[in-house]
Ligand binder design. Structure first.
Ligand code: KIV
Ligand code: ZN
Length: 388
Protein backbone atom coordinates (compact mmCIF):
# COMPACT_ATOMS: atom_id res chain seq x y z
CA UNK A 1 0.00 0.00 0.00
CA UNK A 2 1.35 3.38 -1.03
CA UNK A 3 1.84 6.22 1.42
CA UNK A 4 0.75 8.79 -1.11
CA UNK A 5 -2.78 10.11 -1.06
CA UNK A 6 -4.05 10.81 -4.57
CA UNK A 7 -6.09 13.98 -4.95
CA UNK A 8 -8.76 13.63 -7.63
CA UNK A 9 -10.47 16.94 -8.30
CA UNK A 10 -13.97 16.85 -9.75
CA UNK A 11 -14.83 20.58 -9.62
CA UNK A 12 -15.25 20.57 -13.41
CA UNK A 13 -17.58 17.54 -13.41
CA UNK A 14 -19.41 16.92 -10.13
CA UNK A 15 -18.85 20.54 -9.07
CA UNK A 16 -20.42 21.72 -12.27
CA UNK A 17 -23.51 19.61 -11.49
CA UNK A 18 -24.31 22.19 -8.84
CA UNK A 19 -27.37 24.13 -10.08
CA UNK A 20 -26.18 27.45 -11.48
CA UNK A 21 -22.50 26.47 -11.69
CA UNK A 22 -22.27 25.55 -15.33
CA UNK A 23 -19.04 26.73 -16.99
CA UNK A 24 -17.95 27.49 -20.52
CA UNK A 25 -15.05 25.70 -22.19
CA UNK A 26 -12.76 28.69 -21.61
CA UNK A 27 -13.75 28.93 -17.96
CA UNK A 28 -13.11 25.22 -17.46
CA UNK A 29 -9.75 25.51 -19.16
CA UNK A 30 -8.71 28.37 -16.88
CA UNK A 31 -9.68 26.37 -13.79
CA UNK A 32 -7.95 23.24 -15.11
CA UNK A 33 -4.72 25.21 -15.56
CA UNK A 34 -4.98 26.43 -11.98
CA UNK A 35 -5.57 22.84 -10.78
CA UNK A 36 -2.45 21.78 -12.68
CA UNK A 37 -0.48 24.63 -11.04
CA UNK A 38 -1.75 23.27 -7.73
CA UNK A 39 -0.37 19.84 -8.71
CA UNK A 40 -3.69 18.00 -8.49
CA UNK A 41 -3.04 14.35 -9.43
CA UNK A 42 -6.23 13.74 -11.43
CA UNK A 43 -8.55 16.36 -12.94
CA UNK A 44 -12.01 15.11 -13.86
CA UNK A 45 -12.57 17.57 -16.70
CA UNK A 46 -16.18 16.69 -17.51
CA UNK A 47 -18.59 14.15 -18.87
CA UNK A 48 -17.69 14.02 -22.57
CA UNK A 49 -20.86 12.24 -23.74
CA UNK A 50 -23.20 14.63 -21.93
CA UNK A 51 -23.01 17.46 -24.50
CA UNK A 52 -20.89 18.68 -27.39
CA UNK A 53 -19.78 21.57 -25.21
CA UNK A 54 -18.51 19.26 -22.48
CA UNK A 55 -16.83 17.04 -25.08
CA UNK A 56 -14.96 20.10 -26.39
CA UNK A 57 -14.04 21.19 -22.88
CA UNK A 58 -12.56 17.78 -22.00
CA UNK A 59 -10.70 17.76 -25.33
CA UNK A 60 -9.27 21.26 -24.81
CA UNK A 61 -8.15 20.43 -21.26
CA UNK A 62 -6.58 17.15 -22.43
CA UNK A 63 -4.61 19.09 -25.03
CA UNK A 64 -3.49 21.90 -22.72
CA UNK A 65 -2.85 20.33 -19.33
CA UNK A 66 0.14 18.00 -19.27
CA UNK A 67 1.16 17.52 -15.66
CA UNK A 68 -2.08 16.06 -14.27
CA UNK A 69 -4.01 12.98 -15.41
CA UNK A 70 -7.13 14.12 -17.28
CA UNK A 71 -10.29 12.12 -16.72
CA UNK A 72 -13.74 11.99 -18.29
CA UNK A 73 -16.82 10.45 -16.74
CA UNK A 74 -18.80 7.90 -18.81
CA UNK A 75 -21.86 5.80 -18.07
CA UNK A 76 -21.21 2.08 -18.36
CA UNK A 77 -22.03 1.83 -22.06
CA UNK A 78 -19.95 1.70 -25.24
CA UNK A 79 -21.13 5.04 -26.63
CA UNK A 80 -20.25 7.07 -23.52
CA UNK A 81 -16.94 5.28 -23.12
CA UNK A 82 -15.96 5.79 -26.79
CA UNK A 83 -16.84 9.46 -26.54
CA UNK A 84 -14.70 9.82 -23.42
CA UNK A 85 -11.77 8.08 -25.14
CA UNK A 86 -12.13 10.34 -28.16
CA UNK A 87 -12.15 13.51 -26.04
CA UNK A 88 -9.12 12.30 -24.08
CA UNK A 89 -7.08 11.27 -27.13
CA UNK A 90 -4.69 14.25 -26.86
CA UNK A 91 -3.91 13.79 -23.16
CA UNK A 92 -0.45 12.96 -21.82
CA UNK A 93 -2.09 10.82 -19.20
CA UNK A 94 -5.77 9.89 -19.57
CA UNK A 95 -8.32 8.13 -17.38
CA UNK A 96 -11.82 6.93 -18.19
CA UNK A 97 -14.15 6.89 -15.19
CA UNK A 98 -17.13 4.66 -15.79
CA UNK A 99 -20.02 4.10 -13.41
CA UNK A 100 -23.30 2.28 -12.85
CA UNK A 101 -25.55 2.22 -9.79
CA UNK A 102 -25.42 -0.82 -7.48
CA UNK A 103 -27.86 -0.06 -4.65
CA UNK A 104 -31.15 -1.98 -4.68
CA UNK A 105 -33.04 1.30 -4.77
CA UNK A 106 -31.22 2.63 -7.83
CA UNK A 107 -31.14 -0.72 -9.66
CA UNK A 108 -34.82 -1.42 -9.16
CA UNK A 109 -36.40 2.04 -9.39
CA UNK A 110 -34.01 3.95 -11.64
CA UNK A 111 -32.21 1.45 -13.87
CA UNK A 112 -34.94 -1.22 -13.77
CA UNK A 113 -32.22 -3.83 -13.91
CA UNK A 114 -31.48 -6.95 -11.90
CA UNK A 115 -28.29 -7.48 -9.94
CA UNK A 116 -26.97 -9.89 -12.56
CA UNK A 117 -27.63 -7.42 -15.36
CA UNK A 118 -25.80 -4.64 -13.51
CA UNK A 119 -22.88 -6.96 -12.75
CA UNK A 120 -22.64 -7.91 -16.41
CA UNK A 121 -22.91 -4.33 -17.67
CA UNK A 122 -20.21 -3.10 -15.28
CA UNK A 123 -17.91 -5.94 -16.31
CA UNK A 124 -18.43 -5.41 -20.05
CA UNK A 125 -18.03 -1.65 -19.72
CA UNK A 126 -14.69 -1.93 -17.97
CA UNK A 127 -13.53 -4.55 -20.50
CA UNK A 128 -14.49 -2.20 -23.35
CA UNK A 129 -12.89 0.83 -21.70
CA UNK A 130 -9.68 -1.04 -20.91
CA UNK A 131 -9.18 -1.65 -24.63
CA UNK A 132 -9.29 2.11 -25.24
CA UNK A 133 -7.37 3.45 -22.24
CA UNK A 134 -4.75 2.12 -19.85
CA UNK A 135 -6.17 3.82 -16.76
CA UNK A 136 -9.74 2.91 -15.80
CA UNK A 137 -11.68 3.97 -12.75
CA UNK A 138 -14.94 2.29 -11.84
CA UNK A 139 -17.63 3.72 -9.53
CA UNK A 140 -20.65 1.82 -8.23
CA UNK A 141 -23.03 4.76 -7.91
CA UNK A 142 -24.78 4.88 -4.51
CA UNK A 143 -22.12 2.35 -3.52
CA UNK A 144 -22.38 3.10 0.19
CA UNK A 145 -26.09 2.16 0.25
CA UNK A 146 -25.45 -1.05 -1.70
CA UNK A 147 -25.49 -4.59 -0.37
CA UNK A 148 -21.86 -5.14 0.57
CA UNK A 149 -21.65 -8.73 -0.72
CA UNK A 150 -23.11 -7.82 -4.11
CA UNK A 151 -20.87 -4.75 -4.25
CA UNK A 152 -17.83 -6.93 -3.52
CA UNK A 153 -18.75 -9.18 -6.48
CA UNK A 154 -19.01 -6.18 -8.80
CA UNK A 155 -15.71 -4.71 -7.57
CA UNK A 156 -13.88 -8.04 -7.95
CA UNK A 157 -15.22 -8.50 -11.45
CA UNK A 158 -14.17 -5.02 -12.68
CA UNK A 159 -10.74 -5.37 -11.07
CA UNK A 160 -10.30 -8.61 -13.00
CA UNK A 161 -11.17 -6.67 -16.17
CA UNK A 162 -8.43 -4.15 -15.41
CA UNK A 163 -10.00 -1.30 -13.42
CA UNK A 164 -7.07 0.24 -11.54
CA UNK A 165 -9.12 2.47 -9.27
CA UNK A 166 -12.31 1.52 -7.44
CA UNK A 167 -14.23 4.50 -6.13
CA UNK A 168 -16.99 4.03 -3.55
CA UNK A 169 -19.37 7.00 -3.68
CA UNK A 170 -21.55 8.09 -0.84
CA UNK A 171 -23.76 9.58 -3.53
CA UNK A 172 -26.39 11.04 -1.22
CA UNK A 173 -24.20 11.99 1.75
CA UNK A 174 -25.73 9.35 4.04
CA UNK A 175 -22.48 8.26 5.69
CA UNK A 176 -21.29 8.65 9.27
CA UNK A 177 -17.48 8.72 9.50
CA UNK A 178 -16.90 5.52 11.51
CA UNK A 179 -19.54 3.60 9.54
CA UNK A 180 -18.39 4.74 6.10
CA UNK A 181 -14.74 4.07 6.97
CA UNK A 182 -15.62 0.64 8.27
CA UNK A 183 -17.70 -0.10 5.15
CA UNK A 184 -14.67 0.56 2.94
CA UNK A 185 -12.49 -1.61 5.17
CA UNK A 186 -14.94 -4.54 5.15
CA UNK A 187 -15.57 -4.22 1.44
CA UNK A 188 -11.85 -4.40 0.64
CA UNK A 189 -11.61 -7.52 2.81
CA UNK A 190 -14.37 -9.16 0.80
CA UNK A 191 -12.75 -8.51 -2.58
CA UNK A 192 -10.16 -11.22 -3.31
CA UNK A 193 -8.06 -9.03 -5.65
CA UNK A 194 -8.52 -5.81 -3.71
CA UNK A 195 -4.76 -5.18 -3.62
CA UNK A 196 -4.70 -4.85 -7.40
CA UNK A 197 -6.66 -1.59 -7.25
CA UNK A 198 -6.36 1.76 -5.53
CA UNK A 199 -9.46 2.40 -3.44
CA UNK A 200 -11.05 5.79 -3.60
CA UNK A 201 -13.67 7.72 -1.64
CA UNK A 202 -16.22 10.15 -3.06
CA UNK A 203 -18.46 11.76 -0.46
CA UNK A 204 -21.32 14.20 -0.73
CA UNK A 205 -22.08 16.70 1.97
CA UNK A 206 -25.82 16.35 2.63
CA UNK A 207 -25.26 15.94 6.38
CA UNK A 208 -22.19 18.16 6.44
CA UNK A 209 -19.84 15.18 6.86
CA UNK A 210 -18.25 14.80 3.42
CA UNK A 211 -14.78 15.75 4.63
CA UNK A 212 -15.00 13.67 7.82
CA UNK A 213 -16.34 10.67 5.89
CA UNK A 214 -13.59 10.93 3.26
CA UNK A 215 -10.90 11.09 5.94
CA UNK A 216 -12.44 8.08 7.71
CA UNK A 217 -12.46 6.23 4.38
CA UNK A 218 -8.72 6.85 4.25
CA UNK A 219 -7.84 6.22 7.89
CA UNK A 220 -10.20 3.33 8.69
CA UNK A 221 -10.91 2.00 5.21
CA UNK A 222 -7.44 2.23 3.69
CA UNK A 223 -8.51 4.33 0.68
CA UNK A 224 -5.67 6.14 -1.06
CA UNK A 225 -7.60 8.48 -3.35
CA UNK A 226 -9.99 11.25 -2.30
CA UNK A 227 -12.42 12.79 -4.77
CA UNK A 228 -13.15 16.39 -3.96
CA UNK A 229 -13.93 19.85 -5.30
CA UNK A 230 -12.68 23.38 -4.75
CA UNK A 231 -14.81 25.17 -2.13
CA UNK A 232 -16.80 21.92 -1.79
CA UNK A 233 -18.77 22.87 -4.92
CA UNK A 234 -21.26 20.21 -5.98
CA UNK A 235 -24.82 19.06 -6.33
CA UNK A 236 -27.19 19.84 -3.40
CA UNK A 237 -24.96 20.50 -0.35
CA UNK A 238 -21.83 19.86 -2.37
CA UNK A 239 -18.89 17.47 -2.36
CA UNK A 240 -15.96 16.92 -0.05
CA UNK A 241 -13.90 20.11 -0.16
CA UNK A 242 -10.36 19.83 -1.51
CA UNK A 243 -8.85 22.57 0.64
CA UNK A 244 -10.16 20.99 3.84
CA UNK A 245 -9.04 17.41 3.21
CA UNK A 246 -5.65 18.49 1.90
CA UNK A 247 -4.95 20.75 4.85
CA UNK A 248 -6.27 18.17 7.31
CA UNK A 249 -3.89 15.53 5.97
CA UNK A 250 -0.99 18.04 5.87
CA UNK A 251 -1.63 19.62 9.26
CA UNK A 252 -2.28 16.26 10.96
CA UNK A 253 0.42 14.29 9.19
CA UNK A 254 1.23 12.93 12.66
CA UNK A 255 -2.14 11.11 12.53
CA UNK A 256 -2.60 10.25 8.85
CA UNK A 257 1.05 9.58 7.96
CA UNK A 258 0.34 10.30 4.28
CA UNK A 259 1.84 12.59 1.66
CA UNK A 260 -0.21 14.82 -0.59
CA UNK A 261 1.56 16.34 -3.57
CA UNK A 262 -0.58 19.51 -3.59
CA UNK A 263 1.11 22.91 -3.89
CA UNK A 264 -0.92 24.39 -1.07
CA UNK A 265 0.01 28.01 -1.79
CA UNK A 266 -2.23 27.70 -4.87
CA UNK A 267 -5.32 26.82 -2.83
CA UNK A 268 -6.64 30.35 -2.19
CA UNK A 269 -6.08 31.47 -5.82
CA UNK A 270 -7.99 28.35 -6.94
CA UNK A 271 -10.80 29.06 -4.49
CA UNK A 272 -11.11 32.66 -5.69
CA UNK A 273 -11.06 31.61 -9.34
CA UNK A 274 -13.83 29.02 -8.84
CA UNK A 275 -15.90 31.47 -6.81
CA UNK A 276 -15.54 34.27 -9.38
CA UNK A 277 -16.25 31.91 -12.28
CA UNK A 278 -19.38 30.33 -10.81
CA UNK A 279 -20.63 33.30 -8.79
CA UNK A 280 -20.80 31.05 -5.70
CA UNK A 281 -19.63 33.20 -2.80
CA UNK A 282 -17.39 31.56 -0.19
CA UNK A 283 -18.77 32.03 3.31
CA UNK A 284 -16.40 34.13 5.49
CA UNK A 285 -16.03 31.42 8.13
CA UNK A 286 -15.30 28.61 5.63
CA UNK A 287 -12.24 26.63 6.74
CA UNK A 288 -8.97 27.49 4.97
CA UNK A 289 -10.41 29.67 2.17
CA UNK A 290 -12.97 31.85 3.99
CA UNK A 291 -12.02 35.51 4.46
CA UNK A 292 -12.02 35.03 8.25
CA UNK A 293 -10.15 31.70 8.28
CA UNK A 294 -6.98 33.44 9.50
CA UNK A 295 -8.49 36.60 11.02
CA UNK A 296 -8.24 37.47 14.70
CA UNK A 297 -10.65 39.93 16.24
CA UNK A 298 -10.52 39.47 20.00
CA UNK A 299 -7.87 41.22 22.08
CA UNK A 300 -6.76 38.04 23.84
CA UNK A 301 -6.28 36.17 20.55
CA UNK A 302 -4.58 39.14 18.90
CA UNK A 303 -2.16 39.49 21.78
CA UNK A 304 -1.40 35.73 21.64
CA UNK A 305 -0.86 35.69 17.88
CA UNK A 306 1.36 38.77 18.00
CA UNK A 307 3.54 37.03 20.59
CA UNK A 308 3.54 33.57 18.93
CA UNK A 309 1.35 32.73 15.95
CA UNK A 310 0.79 29.11 16.88
CA UNK A 311 -1.10 30.18 20.03
CA UNK A 312 -4.20 30.51 17.84
CA UNK A 313 -3.13 29.29 14.38
CA UNK A 314 -2.70 25.63 13.42
CA UNK A 315 -1.78 26.50 9.82
CA UNK A 316 -0.03 29.46 8.24
CA UNK A 317 -2.21 31.73 6.09
CA UNK A 318 0.75 32.12 3.70
CA UNK A 319 0.98 28.33 3.22
CA UNK A 320 -2.47 28.21 1.61
CA UNK A 321 -2.02 31.33 -0.50
CA UNK A 322 -3.19 34.24 1.65
CA UNK A 323 -0.80 37.21 1.77
CA UNK A 324 -0.85 37.10 5.59
CA UNK A 325 -3.06 36.45 8.57
CA UNK A 326 -5.33 39.32 9.63
CA UNK A 327 -5.59 41.24 12.83
CA UNK A 328 -9.02 42.81 12.54
CA UNK A 329 -9.31 45.93 14.64
CA UNK A 330 -12.63 46.40 16.38
CA UNK A 331 -14.12 46.88 19.82
CA UNK A 332 -12.67 43.60 21.12
CA UNK A 333 -9.11 44.45 20.11
CA UNK A 334 -6.42 45.08 22.69
CA UNK A 335 -3.77 47.75 23.07
CA UNK A 336 -1.05 45.47 21.70
CA UNK A 337 -2.81 44.94 18.37
CA UNK A 338 -3.51 48.66 18.11
CA UNK A 339 0.13 49.51 18.77
CA UNK A 340 1.28 46.95 16.20
CA UNK A 341 -1.02 48.46 13.56
CA UNK A 342 0.36 51.96 14.29
CA UNK A 343 3.84 50.57 13.67
CA UNK A 344 2.77 48.87 10.42
CA UNK A 345 1.27 52.16 9.25
CA UNK A 346 4.54 53.95 10.04
CA UNK A 347 2.91 56.09 12.73
CA UNK A 348 5.30 57.03 15.52
CA UNK A 349 3.64 58.58 18.55
CA UNK A 350 5.89 60.56 20.86
CA UNK A 351 5.12 58.82 24.15
CA UNK A 352 3.23 55.94 25.76
CA UNK A 353 0.80 58.55 27.06
CA UNK A 354 -0.02 59.54 23.48
CA UNK A 355 -0.49 55.88 22.53
CA UNK A 356 -2.83 55.46 25.48
CA UNK A 357 -4.85 58.51 24.51
CA UNK A 358 -5.10 57.34 20.90
CA UNK A 359 -6.14 53.88 22.11
CA UNK A 360 -8.97 55.40 24.16
CA UNK A 361 -10.17 57.29 21.06
CA UNK A 362 -9.86 54.10 19.03
CA UNK A 363 -12.02 52.13 21.50
CA UNK A 364 -14.58 54.87 21.49
CA UNK A 365 -14.76 54.78 17.69
CA UNK A 366 -14.84 50.97 17.70
CA UNK A 367 -17.94 51.03 19.87
CA UNK A 368 -19.68 52.90 17.09
CA UNK A 369 -18.19 51.15 14.09
CA UNK A 370 -18.05 47.42 13.29
CA UNK A 371 -14.58 47.27 11.79
CA UNK A 372 -11.84 49.85 11.99
CA UNK A 373 -9.86 50.34 8.79
CA UNK A 374 -6.36 51.75 8.39
CA UNK A 375 -7.86 55.04 7.16
CA UNK A 376 -9.81 55.32 10.43
CA UNK A 377 -6.64 54.90 12.46
CA UNK A 378 -4.76 57.46 10.44
CA UNK A 379 -7.63 59.92 10.83
CA UNK A 380 -7.87 59.10 14.50
CA UNK A 381 -4.25 59.95 15.31
CA UNK A 382 -3.99 62.87 12.89
CA UNK A 383 -7.28 64.51 13.77
CA UNK A 384 -8.67 64.16 17.25
CA UNK A 385 -11.97 65.63 16.07
CA UNK A 386 -12.90 62.22 14.63
CA UNK A 387 -13.94 61.11 18.14
CA UNK A 388 -16.18 64.13 18.68
O1 KIV B 1 -21.87 10.84 -6.46
C1 KIV B 1 -21.69 9.95 -7.30
O2 KIV B 1 -22.15 8.81 -7.16
C2 KIV B 1 -20.94 10.29 -8.50
C3 KIV B 1 -20.50 9.16 -9.35
C4 KIV B 1 -20.87 9.35 -10.76
C5 KIV B 1 -19.03 8.93 -9.15
O3 KIV B 1 -20.64 11.44 -8.73
ZN1 ZN C 1 -20.79 12.66 -6.89
Amino acid sequence: MTDKLIIFDTTLRDGEQSPGASMTREEKLRIARQLERMKVDVIEAGFAASSNGDFEAVKAIAAAVKDSTICSLARANDRDISRAAEALAGANSARIHTFIATSELHMEKKLRMTREQVLEQATLAVRFARNLCGDIEFSPEDGYRSDIDFLARVCESVIQEGAGTINIPDTVGYGIPELYGDFIRRLREKVPNSDKAIWSVHCHNDLGMAVANSLAGVKIGGARQIECTINGLGERAGNCSLEEVVMAVRTRRDYFGLDVGIETSQIVPASKLVSQTTGFVVQPNKAVVGANAFAHASGIHQDGVLKARDTYEIMRAEDVGWAANKIVLGKLSGRNAFKQRLQELGIQLESEAEVNAAFVRFKDLADRKNEIFDEDIIALVMDESVTA
